[in-house]
Design a protein around this ligand. Structure first.
Ligand code: ZN
Length: 482
């Protein structure tokens, strides 16, 4: 009886605060609800599709990245949205490959661009291939959504902060059992003899009907011959940059940010930009790499060139660096690249309309970053776990950072980690400690978020296989204009 009385009293108190239509809750949530109540699914055919990939950007990277981006702008890390968090629709993508619970980036992107899961390490083929073998690759090859879109008259492009022959960008144009076959120097003789080709060659040599119109990223060496003026990686003596330039009167090649900015989009239909020998450097290190364009600048130029096509365009934009720096347990650079991705999304949203452009953003897989409890609002997310200005202590009495990794090269996981000070923990070079010591962090296998806006974006909802995103974009290509 006394328990019953207590619960009645508690219920009464709750009711007292929200009786008779009195507003309760925050104004921001009320505004959001009002917007949601007015929203109707846009079932029109989108003219353009932009697929953003935050490589390795799990929910943990989004949350910590949002706090970091806000704090970098003087905010408290709470009242802030990354650009894609403003999109009206979202869902969860299951990223496993055909043979592993935890995918690599090759299957990760291939599932999205072909609608079929393959083995880890393979791209643009079904699961009937063997890694490191050319056998069966031709038979297993499946057209990518980008090649399909080209055949339907759209222009197509791919932009990345990694090398342009890395797994994710290759998901637009590549067909291989082995993601490491990036130049012919990587290709075993038997594979070459059996008719397999390297990814740089596939990008440049694809038939015009399915060839990418814009490709911006790194990996210059995979396109240049070994014995040339600039010693490249290629053993076949081919200069693929020259091949690209000769393929069309409106083809151009650029190698730095200044030249990219100077590209006259009106006079350029086919743009190749290779801004580093391998992957592009982090913007954190911009002082040392003054003339490398950022992801937003590459995205803008790609859209300028592609949007001239009257039938529309399809573009993939990848922030590869989130993954690259997570592999090194360097959360500072990884989360800086979440911000870079957000900037690129903002640029794309500004240059297009949500009336005619479907934008989908997702990750190909997650990483084992964790934001652990014990960080007071306002304390730097990159720093020590702390509240009231006092660092928290672990069971050994040591201080510890708020961000840690499950696996990787960051030292001091488990009971091993040294006493940390705030200056060390917030240094851009700091590697957050990892529980399992590895030279390179392993990917993580939890579902990743998907965000969408524009025509057909309402189809991105619920929990689904990553391959479902192919179906959504394919539908968007095929739906009849109203
Ligand atoms: Zn990775």
């Amino acid at each position: 009886m006394r328990i019953w009385m207590k619960s009645v009293l508690a219920f009464g108190c709750m009711m007292a605060a929200s009786v008779a239509g009195e507003p309760q809750g925050t104004a921001a949530d009320a505004a959001r609800l009002a917007t949601a109540l007015k929203r109707v699914p846009d079932t029109h055919k989108p003219k353009n599709i932009i697929l953003f990939i935050g490589d390795g950007m799990g929910i943990n990277s989004v949350t910590a990245g949002r706090i970091f981006a806000s704090q970098q702008r003087g905010g408290d890390g709470i009242a802030y949205d990354l650009a894609f968090e403003k999109f009206p629709y979202s869902g969860f993508s299951r990223t496993h490959s055909a043979d592993q619970y935890v995918t690599d980036s090759a299957n990760g992107i291939s599932a999205i661009t072909t609608g079929v899961k393959t083995i880890n390490g393979a791209i643009g083929v079904d699961a009937n291939v063997k890694s490191e073998s050319c056998a069966g690759v031709a038979k297993a090859s499946i057209p990518t959504l980008f090649e399909d879109a080209k055949k339907r008259g759209l222009a197509a492009g791919v932009v990345t902060t990694s090398g342009i022959t890395d797994a994710t960008p290759a998901g637009a144009y590549g067909h291989t059992s082995t993601r490491g076959w990036r130049s012919d120097a990587d290709l075993p003789k038997e594979a070459a003899a059996a008719g397999c080709t390297d990814l740089a060659w596939q990008l440049v040599d694809a038939p015009a009907a399915i060839r990418m119109d814009v490709a911006l990223g790194g990996d210059r060496l995979d396109f240049l011959p070994a014995g040339g003026e600039v010693a490249g990686a290629r053993q076949d003596g081919r200069n693929l940059i020259e091949t690209w330039k000769k393929q069309s009167a409106k083809a151009a090649y650029v190698a730095n940010a200044e030249d990219l900015a100077a590209v006259d989009a009106a006079k350029t239909d086919h743009l190749l930009g290779l801004f580093a020998d391998g992957d592009l450097p982090s913007p954190v290190d911009k002082d040392y790499h003054k003339n490398v364009p950022d992801l937003a600048a590459m995205t803008r130029k790609a859209i300028e060139v592609l949007k001239k096509n009257k039938n529309g365009f399809i573009l993939m934009v990848e922030s590869a660096s989130i993954d690259k720096w997570h592999h090194r347990n360097n959360a500072y650079r990884a989360l800086t690249d979440v911000d870079e991705l957000s900037n690129a999304v903002a640029a794309a949203a500004e240059m297009t309309s949500d009336k005619d452009t479907l934008i989908i953003l997702t990750a190909d897989h997650s990483h084992g970053l964790t934001l652990s409890g014990g960080l007071a609002i306002g304390a730097p997310v990159m720093g020590l776990a702390q509240s009231d200005g006092q660092p928290k202590r672990d069971r050994q009495g040591n201080t510890y950072p708020a961000l840690t990794y499950a696996t990787g090269p960051g030292e001091g996981g488990g009971d091993e980690h040294p006493m940390l000070d705030q200056k060390t923990a917030t240094d851009p070079a700091f590697k957050q400690p990892a529980l399992v010591p590895m030279n390179s962090a392993a990917h993580a296998g939890e579902d990743v978020p998907v965000y969408a806006q524009g025509p057909q974006a309402y189809l991105v909802s619920g929990s689904f296989e990553s391959t479902y995103l192919y179906q959504v974009m394919r539908h968007a290509l095929e739906v009849k204009p109203k």
